[in-house]
Design a protein around this ligand. Structure first.
Ligand code: XMP
Length: 310
């Protein structure tokens, strides 16, 4: 497949499908949603509404970064501030499955509201080939978002889903993203889970605890950049560990560094991070995040572990 031909073909297809109607795209800043947003923008211009739901569980500076990257391309992104709604849904929950359910519900509620408010007739969705295979195999339920937000695409509101990259696998999506002029910080991005930093906070998910893991994640990403791992991040445990400061013992947070090599996230092995890089991460994390008393590097492959902690 020629990438340029693919882009031309999809832009023409979206134009034809949407006609004179309007469409909405929910951008997450990941490579899939970014790619289909730019494709739809090329086809529809101002008849595409682009929203970014800020759930408070994003990495450092994410909403701003997305707005800047897309702003440079002439694409206006509406940031929907929904942090309070997400944290309220997660308050008091410590069971991983309960946390996932609460996140999903909050997401569908916010997203459903925005879709209806936009009066769009089409929803642009970054479904890729692997999502369809995993949905059919019962691994994921992320397909058919409209049904999940309580909108029957057939009846009800007359909505239709547009999935311009559904035939592509991740490496091809990255090529299309690059050809579309998206920056490397988007097309070469590490995978990031839908529920965001929630997947990396054990125990209760509060703004303060998310702030700790966000700072630690930034340090891990900065220090590991040269090694280009498949995925690297920090995790905050729910237990505490004793530390010592100014001759006094204190009980502090424990951060785990997780970095893995993988092709498709089905299997993974820990990255062989050089000792000096690990030591620098550990020093920076304890210095820049005073509540942290301990840092550890995780050595478990997948299986038996998963990549994320929740
Ligand atoms: P696990 O932890 O199952 O993760 O080994 C495999 C890959 O999937 C990502 N991941 C998610 N992505 N929604 C997503 O969109 C999720 O709920 C989710 N959970 C895990 C994870 O980052 C890894 O790349």
């Amino acid at each position: 497949m020629k990438i340029k031909d693919f882009i031309e073909e999809k832009v023409a297809e979206i134009k034809k499908t949407v006609g004179r109607e309007t469409a909405i795209s929910a951008l997450s800043g990941g490579v899939d949603s970014s790619t289909c947003t730019v494709l739809a923008w090329r086809a529809l211009g101002d008849r595409l509404k682009v929203i970014f739901i800020d759930d408070g569980l994003m990495r450092e500076g994410e909403p701003d970064k997305v707005r800047k990257v897309f702003g440079k391309m002439g694409i206006n992104v509406d940031i929907v501030s929904a942090q309070d709604e997400f944290f309220a849904a997660l308050a008091g929950k410590i069971d991983p499955e309960e946390k996932r359910k609460a996140f999903r519900q909050a997401f569908y509620s916010v997203f459903g509201r925005e879709v209806l408010k936009s009066r769009a007739r089409f929803l642009v969705q970054g479904t890729i080939a692997a999502d369809i295979i995993e949905t059919k195999g019962g691994i994921k339920t992320q397909h058919n978002i409209l049904e999940q937000i309580g909108i029957d695409p057939e009846k009800g509101f007359g909505f239709k889903v547009v999935e311009p990259i559904r035939e592509l696998f991740k490496p091809e999506v990255r090529q299309v993203a690059r050809e579309l002029g998206l920056p490397e910080s988007i097309y070469a991005r590490m995978p990031f889970p839908g529920p965001g930093l929630m997947a990396r906070v054990l125990g209760e998910v509060t703004p303060d605890r998310v702030a700790i893991v966000r700072k630690a994640t930034l340090i891990v990403e900065q220090e590991i950049k040269k090694l280009s791992p498949f995925q690297a991040f920090a995790v905050l445990l729910s237990d505490k560990g004793t530390g010592v400061e100014g001759g006094k013992r204190k009980f502090g947070d424990i951060i785990i560094i997780r970095s893995v090599e993988s092709k498709d996230a089905m299997k993974a092995k820990p990255t062989a991070i050089p000792w000096d890089v690990l030591m620098k991460m550990s020093r920076r994390i304890t210095k820049e995040i005073p509540s942290v008393t301990r840092v550890a590097y995780e050595l478990t492959p997948k299986p038996p572990a998963t990549i994320e902690y929740i």
